[in-house]
Structures are given as C-alpha cells and as structure tokens.
Design a protein around this ligand. Structure first.
Ligand code: EPU
Length: 343
C-alpha cells in the first residue's frame, strides 16, 4: 500500500521563498521519494489542479497566490559512484541543499563545484538555470540528470548533452511542464586545476599559485567574496541576480562604448555580454529603496524585500529598473527568476 500523502490546504509559502513575499498555495504537499511525487502528481491530475514544483524557492517571485498544488521536493540523499584514483561521481537527490553539497565535495578533496559555494537553493534546481558563478557553470561537471517524465510518470536519465544548457538556461527552464528533476550526477575530479581566474577571486587570493590551494580553500574564498557583495537571503530576503547579463550585437556595443567608454563587458563569439549590474548602477538605482523593497547597495543586480514587500512590489520595482536601463542605454534586461501567479 502506498503511504498517505500529506496535503495541506491554504498553506503559506512565505517561508518557502527566499524573497519572503506573502503567497498561499491552494494545496501544498512535501514529497520525500519518487513514489510520493508520483502519488502527488496523480492527485493533482485527478483533482484537475495546476502543479508547481518547488525546490529552495530561491529563484521564483510569487506575484500572488498559487491556485493549484505546490509540490515541495524534499527527496534527500547523496552517494558516491565510480570512485577511482582520478575522481568520482557525486549523486545528489533533488532536495539536497546545494551549498552543503559543495562543502561536502570540497572537504572530501574533490574538485569541480567549489566555485559554486553559497548559491542558495537545492541540487534539483541547479540544472534548471544552469547555476554559475566565478567562471564555473554547473554544466561543466554535470554528467546526467534523472527525471520524472510528467506525461507518463516514468523515470528517465538524460545525459547532460540532452539538457540544452546555455547561460542561465536549460531545457528544464524552457519547458517547465515536461520533467521533474529527481537526482543529479556530478563528475568530480581529484586533480583538475582549480579556477581562480575570476577577478574577485584573483584579488582574494592575491594572485597566489592555484597549485598550492585545495578545493576547500577556493570554496572559502568564494564564500568570503560573496559575503562581501551578495546579501544573505536569511537577513535581506532576495533571489540573487534579478536580471541576466544581456548579450548584444557588436555593432550596438560599438555605439554604446563610444557614449560610455567605461561600460563593463565580456566579449563572446560575434556578440558582447554586458554587466547588467553596471548598467543598473550607472542608471542610478544602486542602494535605492522605497518603504518596502529596494536595490542592494553592494550589488545592483540584486533586489531586496526590505520590509513586508509583496511580489508585486518587487516586480514593479523591476519594471522601473528595466525601463530606466532601456531609456539610458537602449538595452533590454531580461528577468532571471521565474514569476508565479497572476501579476
Ligand atoms: N558592477 C557594478 N555595480 C554593481 C555591481 C557590479 O558596476 O553594483 C560591475 C562590477 O564592477 C563588475 C561587473 O559589474 O565589473 C560584474 O559584477 P560581478 O562580478 O559582481 O558579477 P555579475 O555579472 O554582476 C554574475 C552572476 C552572479 C555571480 C557573479 C560572479 C549573472 C546574472 N549573475 O554577476 O550570479 O555570482 O557573476 O560570478 O550572471 C545569481 O545568478 O544569482 C548570481 C548572483
């Protein structure tokens, strides 16, 4: 017999989103196994409820209530596979805390995800936006993702090559209704070189020799750099970068650079990626706040819920920031987090 699923009606989601905005789910169920997840999805189908799958709630803005079933992924567990002298595969269930997994891998002497320390959220959410920081992206070491196919409720394993990863993008982000991530597999190394090439990390390690460092040293360096610039969601509720760094054509960039010689950019093949934080900062928004929400005073890419703000307050501030960047630079900013509920 299958275990009884605990479904709560009218549950608050305020503690389940790192922006801490008020929102309610018509129904909420926490699932700790694949069988419970299947059961919850069947229940949703039978009761004709829309379904929202929630990880750590660190990349979502609740614009209002969710009129359906919210499934909180609480599948826990981690294990090592294919351990040899070169490295190993770390397998993480979807509900594992990402940052704890990074520290666990680094303390165990494995390299590959140390630059992704302190990114809020769960392991299962990490592939959705292909989390990235300090010159490393999840796709660099992701081997495969085990998913539940929502059409037939069957379990499948997708190799990384099938996940269509891009900058803050993936198949899971573009087709949110297709799969639910159950577990991820990371190929980690015992010997791969550590990457401290990102400017902030170079400065932190004072141009030291990466060969003398351990993955735990790098994770600690990343934590120190993040603590300086990025607010702790437990203290200042936020969802990290609120916008993606925009990519524009070379010709448009040439014209912009002529007007703004200090513009911060990263050249790509045939196009240029701009630092959205710089654009927002230059447009005068850094440190702005109204009575409820604001723009972080140390990283202009992060919006903060200072005091009782709602999702709509945050989205309306985001609209103003976008409009202002468009007027000043002619550049369109795209939001990074997803929006749930009617605006
Ligand atoms: N800058 C400003 N003003 C600011 C902040 C930054 O002018 O208020 C300038 C900086 O001087 C720097 C440039 O903008 O030259 C880029 O800033 P930073 O190195 O802090 O990185 P970012 O491009 O703003 C990205 C990621 C972060 C990630 C960092 C470090 C995106 C959307 N954001 O930010 O990811 O931690 O690089 O790798 O790609 C997240 O996704 O939630 C996140 C925090």
């Amino acid at each position: 017999m299958s275990p009884a699923l605990n479904i709560v009606e009218g549950a608050s989601l305020q503690a389940l989103n790192t922006l801490a905005v008020p929102s309610r789910a018509r129904f909420l169920a926490a699932v700790t196994s694949t069988a419970e997840l299947q059961q919850a999805l069947r229940w949703g189908q039978e009761h004709k409820q829309a379904v929202l799958v929630l990880g750590g709630g660190s990349n979502l803005v609740f614009a209002g209530d969710f009129q359906g079933l919210v499934i909180r992924m609480a599948l826990r567990g981690r294990r090592w596979e294919q351990v040899d002298e070169q490295g190993a595969v770390l397998v993480l269930k979807a509900g594992e805390n990402w940052h704890e997994a990074v520290l666990y891998a680094a303390r165990s002497g494995y390299r590959g995800i140390e630059n992704l320390a302190l990114i809020p959220g769960t392991a299962g959410a990490a592939p959705v936006q292909n989390i990235g920081a300090y010159g490393t992206e999840l796709r660099d070491c992701l081997e495969s993702v085990t998913v539940l196919d929502r059409q037939n409720l069957e379990v499948r394993t997708l190799p990384a090559s099938a996940c269509e990863f891009g900058y803050r993008d993936s198949l899971f982000k573009r087709h949110p209704g297709q799969y639910i991530i159950l577990e991820i597999r990371l190929r980690l190394s015992r010997h791969a070189p550590l990457n401290i090439g990102y400017r902030d990390l170079q400065d932190y390690f004072d141009d030291g020799d990466p060969a003398a460092l351990t993955p735990l040293d790098v994770a600690e360096g990343v934590m120190a750099v993040r603590h300086r610039k990025l607010p702790d969601p437990a203290v200042l509720p936020n969802v990290g970068s609120f916008f993606k760094n925009p990519v524009i054509e070379r010709a448009q960039f040439g014209a912009l650079q002529a007007r703004f010689p200090d513009i911060v950019c990263y050249p790509l093949d045939g196009s240029v990626k701009l630092a959205a934080a710089w654009l927002i900062d230059q447009a005068g928004w850094k440190g702005y706040r109204n009575s409820r929400v604001g723009v972080h005073n140390r990283q202009a890419l992060v919006l903060i819920n200072h005091s009782g703000g709602t999702g709509r307050d945050v989205l309306s501030l985001a609209d103003k920031v976008r409009q202002s960047v468009m007027e000043t630079f002619g550049v369109e900013l795209e939001m990074e987090p997803g929006v749930v509920g009617e605006r």
